[in-house]
Design a protein around this ligand. Structure first.
Ligand SMILES: Cc1cc2nc3c(=O)[nH]c(=O)nc-3n(C[C@H](O)[C@H](O)[C@H](O)COP(=O)(O)O)c2cc1C
Length: 373
């Protein structure tokens, strides 16, 4: 096979060649100088593990339980808007992968497939992710739609009060809905496979909303900040299922989330796409774990690029890990096959690292495998 994928970085590089720059930079880019995005991954690298021998590690079990469900792997697919920018049909590929791999997938408010379609394709693996835009009533309509579609878990994202300045997008003239001027046209012409597929099959759209340009119920750059106590009460009353609050980076916010009815806390700095100076969630994880009651699960994302990093997050107290960009790199690099390869790489890396640190199950991953100076 030409250009095989041996690592997430291979997938990223290959996607960078196959996907138009306008789209690739939207996926790959981050806020400001992109220092939070770089730091997120670096802080995983800075953690050193302790190789440990003499334990029976011949049979290793990567499954884990989370909020009453058993998942085959300890990681899932983070909610991402406009996944079809990586390639036409990406949302469905992700939904099917979630079913096949028996893991959860976050379905974004800004998804490029409707929440109803995603629920059909991913069944109980689909968790609906809510953004609260300028209108709380519109947000509550989405909540009702999610209920009707059969979702059991809702992720409320709280870290996008104000969408960040992302230099690459501004430079490239990225807009949603997409606007194609001469520069963008040239970029598309240089990537004919992506462009022809998209031309034939349809351009990426915000599938949860009408395509009427006058419909402002959700716009990418509008403030998403109406998350006061009254709203949290209203949401908790309206949503009978599990409520996960995503985008938490501080102990205070984690406690606030739980006090207001969150069943789980999801540590994230949005993959460095919001606050460029944001602390890496992995650095806050031990503090949040210490502060929260032990029955409250903690999920984490941002900067995870290997099975090794997944093991580190679990050992530092996370109950579950999510990844975002790696799955879009995979699809951009090589469609369904690329996605399969990236899942295989992550699974193999987790299993191998577990063997090397002397753990046969996810429950055994704890502070004992982390090097302390
Ligand atoms: C292209 C893209 C779109 C995203 N859209 C959303 C979204 O709609 N809702 C949300 O809660 N997070 C969104 N995120 C953030 C992810 O859920 C996740 O927090 C982040 O990607 C994790 O970092 P990582 O990409 O370094 O793994 C998006 C991320 C990317 C890369």
């Amino acid at each position: 096979m030409r250009n095989p994928i041996y690592s997430i970085d291979d997938a990223r590089k290959r996607a960078g060649r196959r996907v138009p720059k306008l789209m690739f930079d939207y996926i790959d880019g981050a806020a400001g100088e992109e220092s939070a995005a770089a730091n997120n991954t670096q802080r995983y690298r800075d953690i050193r593990l302790l190789p440990r021998s003499f334990n029976d590690i011949n049979q290793r079990d990567l499954s884990t339980s989370l909020m009453g469900h058993k998942y085959k792997l300890p990681f899932g697919i983070a909610p991402m808007g406009m996944c079809a920018l990586s390639w036409h049909g990406a949302d469905r590929l992700l939904a099917e992968a979630a079913v096949h791999r028996e893991i959860p997938i976050g379905v974004s408010t800004a998804a490029s497939a409707s929440l109803e379609d995603m629920a059909q394709w991913a069944n109980d693996n689909a968790w609906f992710q809510l953004y609260v835009g300028p209108s709380v009533d519109e947000a509550m309509k989405l909540v009702e739609r999610a209920k009707t579609a059969g979702y059991k878990t809702l992720i409320l994202t709280v870290d996008a009060q104000k969408v960040a300045r992302r230099a690459r997008d501004i430079r490239n003239g990225f807009q949603a809905p997409l606007k194609i001027g001469p520069r963008q046209f040239f970029d598309l012409a240089l990537h004919p496979e992506w462009s022809l597929t998209t031309l034939i099959k349809g351009k990426p759209e915000l599938a949860n909303f009408s395509n009427d340009p006058n419909d402002a119920s959700f716009t990418r750059t509008a403030t998403r900040g109406l998350l006061d106590e009254e709203f949290l009460k209203r949401l908790r009353k309206a949503w009978p299922g599990q409520l996960v609050i995503k985008g938490i980076c501080t102990v205070d916010n984690a406690l606030h989330a739980v006090e207001h009815g969150a069943d789980a806390v999801y540590l994230s700095n949005h993959g460095g796409r919001q606050l460029d100076s944001a602390v890496a969630p992995i650095d806050q994880l031990p503090h949040v774990r210490d502060a929260l009651p032990s029955h409250i699960p903690i999920m984490i994302d941002s900067g995870v690029r290997s099975g090794d990093s997944i093991v580190k997050a679990l050992a530092k107290g996370a109950d579950f890990v999510f990844l975002g960009r790696p799955f879009l790199y995979a699809i951009g690099a090589n469609g369904a096959r690329g996605l399969d390869q990236v899942f295989d790489i992550l699974e193999d890396e987790i299993s191998t690292v577990m063997a090397q640190v002397g753990c046969a199950s996810i429950a055994e991953l704890d502070e004992r495998i982390i090097f302390r100076d």
